[in-house]
Design a protein around this ligand. Structure first.
Ligand SMILES: [Zn+2]
Length: 121
């Protein structure tokens, strides 16, 4: 993938990550159990890069969609850092750019995504 194209995706991912971290924290703050408030104060004092580890296995199901998206975004940014971005995590083929422009955190090529969806039915 061209380097300047990767940079565009990187910026997009970083923006979404920033917004989502804020939304995630706000969502946790709204839940009214004391266990969650303790987690929120711990997260607020930690760097956001540690949030996923800290919150793992402590969330109620309603928080999982945002949590899982955070995992995806961080994984994609990590792949950019190590130069592995834009390759399918199953078959290692390049992911079609139309899929990446739709969702810059896409982890699979069209073929493997279809297979994965089919396996889950
Ligand atoms: Zn694939």
């Amino acid at each position: 993938m061209k380097e300047n194209q990767t940079l565009i995706y990187k910026r997009k991912l970083e923006l979404e990550l920033d917004c989502l971290r804020q939304a995630f924290l706000n969502e946790l703050k709204r839940s009214d159990n004391s266990f969650m408030s303790a987690l929120v104060s711990a997260l607020e004092q930690a760097p956001p890069t540690e949030w996923l580890d800290m919150a793992a296995n402590k969330l109620s199901p309603e928080h999982l969609p945002r949590y899982n998206r955070l995992v995806q975004l961080e994984a994609a940014l990590c792949q950019i850092d190590i130069g592995q971005y834009g390759y399918c995590c199953d078959c290692e083929q390049e992911i079609d750019s139309s899929l990446l422009s739709e969702d810059a955190a896409t982890q699979r090529c069209g073929g493997c995504m279809t297979k994965k969806v089919a396996n889950h039915i």
